[in-house]
Design a protein around this ligand. Structure first.
Ligand SMILES: [Zn+2]
Length: 311
């Protein structure tokens, strides 16, 4: 039995899995950050709660894995995004409380581990997951091992537009500035301002807000402005994925996160075509399959629980 805990910006989710990553119990709590020691105590408490909920004895617990938004190295948190922690030896703090080995991974790496072992990447040796959310995350598995720890991928900060939009990371033109959900929303707003006749206006009003699904819904209803937004977005997405494909030539890249729920014919189908056109593999050799991630919000928890199998 293993436990994975997915640390989000505002929530914690713990899951207990068997050795194959089947989820047997899940526990969710809001994140109430009061310092590193209290954080470790809260995580230990959650691990105990999910173990008890599953009716599993302490002796059968093999390991605990923690997925964190930020950078980790070995058992240390280097920094976390939106949670004020730097250079915290979290694995050791937790191991002292729980008495089992504790592994840390960043959230994109955990999602990749989960999809590789239990989801879209089953059967692959070289595989990547691209997560489209507030940012663009990517986790990479090469020859069955996670490209993780201090050398984690930061694919969202590949420069796809030299001299382009400024990025909070300090660079300009990062892929994330064009392919994240907030970027898609920005692109949709700009199109709406230029096209007052677009169906996007009544649709956004009806839904109460504009989100990453709005342009796809309007495009499905035949709105030309929305179709153009979706096409342009797919082009941005394809540019980064083609970079990953040309660099690593993985067997598959799975796309996850909120935006990935868009209809197949508006996202994945044109994405496959555009990545294919931008990939050197069109000259032969291994072609990379572009898939939808399968585990949804469970990928992080399952991957954190199974980290030991890919590190
Ligand atoms: Zn950046």
């Amino acid at each position: 039995m293993r436990i994975g805990i997915d640390v989000g910006g505002t929530n914690l989710k713990a899951g207990l899995t068997d050795g194959d990553g089947r989820l047997l119990a899940v526990e969710r709590r809001p994140l109430d950050f009061r310092g590193a020691e209290a954080f470790a105590a809260d995580l230990a408490d959650m691990a105990e709660a999910v173990r008890t909920a599953a009716g599993v004895s302490r002796e059968t617990l093999r390991s605990v894995g923690i997925g964190l938004p930020g950078a980790v190295s070995g058992g240390e948190i280097l920094y976390t995004t939106n949670i004020p922690m730097e250079h915290v030896p979290l694995a050791e703090l937790l191991r002292r409380r729980l008495g089992v080995p504790v592994l840390l991974g960043n959230d994109a790496d955990c999602a990749a581990a989960g999809e590789y072992l239990r989801g879209a990447g089953r059967g692959c040796r070289d595989f990547a997951v691209v997560t489209l959310g507030t940012g663009v995350g990517a986790g990479i598995i090469l020859d069955g091992r996670l490209r993780g720890g201090a050398a984690s991928s930061e694919a969202g900060h590949m420069v796809t537009h030299a001299g382009g939009e400024p990025c909070p990371c300090g660079s300009r033109g990062c892929w994330e500035q064009y392919a994240s959900a907030p970027a898609l929303i920005r692109q949709t707003r700009a199109a709406m301002a230029a096209h007052p006749e677009s169906l996007l206006h009544p649709l956004a009003a009806e839904r109460g807000s504009l989100d990453g699904q709005t342009p796809f819904l309007a495009a499905q209803a035949g709105d030309e402005t929305a179709l153009a937004v979706c096409r342009a977005y797919v082009e941005e997405l394809a540019a980064g994925i083609a970079g990953i494909v040309n660099l690593l030539r993985p067997e598959a890249v799975a796309v996850g996160g909120g935006v990935a729920g868009a209809p197949e014919e508006l996202l994945l189908e044109p994405l496959r075509e555009r990545v294919g056109a931008m990939s050197y593999a069109r000259h032969g050799g291994r072609a990379t399959r572009i898939l939808r991630a399968e585990l949804g919000n469970d990928a992080g928890v399952i991957g954190a629980a199974l980290l030991g199998r890919v590190i």
